[in-house]
Design a protein around this ligand. Structure first.
Ligand code: GLY
Ligand code: MN
Ligand code: MN
Length: 444
């Protein structure tokens, strides 16, 4: 096992402590593990732990609930989880059980998940504020309401329901926005393997192949490195590159087309998110190169804006300016640069924003605004920078040579004390580097 996979319990304990400090005595936080989801009949989707739950526990098993009760005499961190069961474990693998929850996962107190209906109402009754994320798991919401009603039924015996329900996500997601060294190590690993996958796909690509064959190159690289896709891989060649969330990946790729691939792997619950666009035959046509250089310059200008003190919107504003100027230069848009930006005319060909937070979730948690103001970038935040241009066939007023060109270039950028580090730097990106790398693949 890779050494990064050895769970560092100290860090999970620190996170719980930090959250409990903020909650204060008399409060209770309830975090359910991700529910098991069925694909069809009794076949399950691969299980992926809930990010908030994992962030605080490091516990990857299903059928578990973590409870934090700052100041509780019999232990502040209570973990409900599946009981050990030799017969079932033959089928589903080893469980930590209650002893394991205490010994290996730092729980102060541990109960079988089957006991939760007996134990949780008692914990709720002794708390005046409950931190809980409502609306993510309707079944679990129903159980929380059930426990509350159970207490109400005993009101005449002196039982009291908590006075306040507070959204847990505000504090927790703000913590998750600032990545620790351990988290950055995991993101770096996810980035490295995802870079290797893009390099592999570039060299494997041949005219006449299908999009799904390139998708397979990513899966190969992820799985051999103990990873899986962090989101559904997009492989869109030719006109499919202009469909933003194209995931069919079923078309044959023709000589002369560009292929856009948005693919990133997840390592130990941390995601990478990379897009590269390259020519199926290994050589950019003049028209493809013209548009590509505009997107590349926009990305460079946006990345340049990633530094502490700049606000969240600075990279987007920089990308929009370069993309719009480039489109004027190529005759794709006509008019005055500032007026076109003001009127958002660029949105005809650039209809998404330039990035998002990245972390345990590909579109990670964390607020983008504080009040009405864009948030300031600070060290430890990680964001994507992903400008693009998408010019479908028959775009009015656009020369035919640019039709069916869809280009996005996406990297993962860590804000540092002095500026930024691009975590995904290694994936070829300039026209010259892509062509040289693809040519080397053909020669091999
Ligand atoms: N892969 C999803 C995104 O780029 O936002
Ligand atoms: Mn992205
Ligand atoms: Mn992406």
């Amino acid at each position: 096992m890779n050494e990064l996979r050895v769970v560092d319990q100290k860090e999970f304990a620190q996170r719980r402590k930090q959250l409990m400090r903020m909650m204060g005595k008399g409060a209770l936080a309830i975090l359910p593990a991700a529910p098991i989801k069925f694909r069809n009949r009794d076949a399950e989707y691969p299980y992926r732990q809930d990010s908030d739950f994992y962030y605080l526990t490091g516990f990857a098993e299903a059928e578990a609930v973590a409870v934090l009760a700052p100041g509780r005499e019999h232990g502040e961190y209570i973990l409900f989880s599946q009981e050990r069961d030799q017969t079932i474990e033959v089928w589903t693998g080893r469980r930590a059980g209650q002893d394991g929850a205490i010994e290996h996962f730092g729980a102060d107190d541990a109960f079988p998940i089957g006991d939760i209906d007996d134990v949780l109402p008692g914990l709720l009754e002794h708390s005046d504020r409950v931190f809980y994320t409502m609306g993510c798991d309707p079944d679990f919401d129903g159980r929380v309401l059930g426990w509350l009603n159970h207490i109400r039924q005993h009101a005449r015996g002196g039982a009291r329901t908590p006075g306040e329900f507070i959204a847990l996500e505000h504090h927790l997601h703000d913590m998750r926005l600032y990545k620790s060294r351990e988290e950055i190590k995991r993101m770096q690993r996810a980035a490295e393997v995802s870079v290797a996958a893009h390099k592999r796909a570039m060299q494997a690509c041949r005219s006449g192949m299908h999009e799904y064959e390139l998708e397979a190159e990513y899966l190969h690289e992820f799985r051999r490195n103990e990873m899986q896709p962090a989101y559904t891989t997009i492989v869109g060649a030719g006109k499919n590159a202009c469909v933003l969330h194209y995931t069919a990946n079923s078309a044959q790729m023709a000589d002369g087309e560009l292929v856009l691939i948005d693919a990133g792997g997840e390592y130990d619950h941390y995601a990478a998110d990379i897009t590269r666009t390259f020519p199926v035959n290994g050589r950019f046509s003049p028209a493809q190169k013209e548009v590509y250089e505009v997107v590349l310059a926009a990305q460079a200008a946006a990345i340049e804006q990633v530094r502490p003190g700049n606000d969240w919107n600075a990279p987007h504003a920089a990308a929009v300016r370069v993309l719009t100027a480039g489109m004027i230069e190529l005759g794709i848009l006509k008019g005055d640069l500032d007026e076109l930006i003001e009127a958002q005319t660029y949105r005809r060909f650039y209809m998404h924003r330039t990035g998002h937070w990245l972390g345990m979730d590909v579109h990670d948690v964390g607020d983008y605004k504080v009040g009405e103001q864009w948030r300031q970038l600070e060290p430890g935040m990680v964001l994507t920078v992903e400008p693009g241009l998408y010019i479908p066939a028959r775009s009015k007023g656009v020369r035919k040579r640019y039709w069916n060109i869809g280009i996005r270039i996406e990297d993962d950028v860590l804000v540092t004390k002095t500026g930024h580090t691009v975590l995904t730097e290694g994936a070829p990106k300039s026209v010259a580097d892509i062509e040289a790398w693809m040519a080397a693949g053909k020669a091999a």
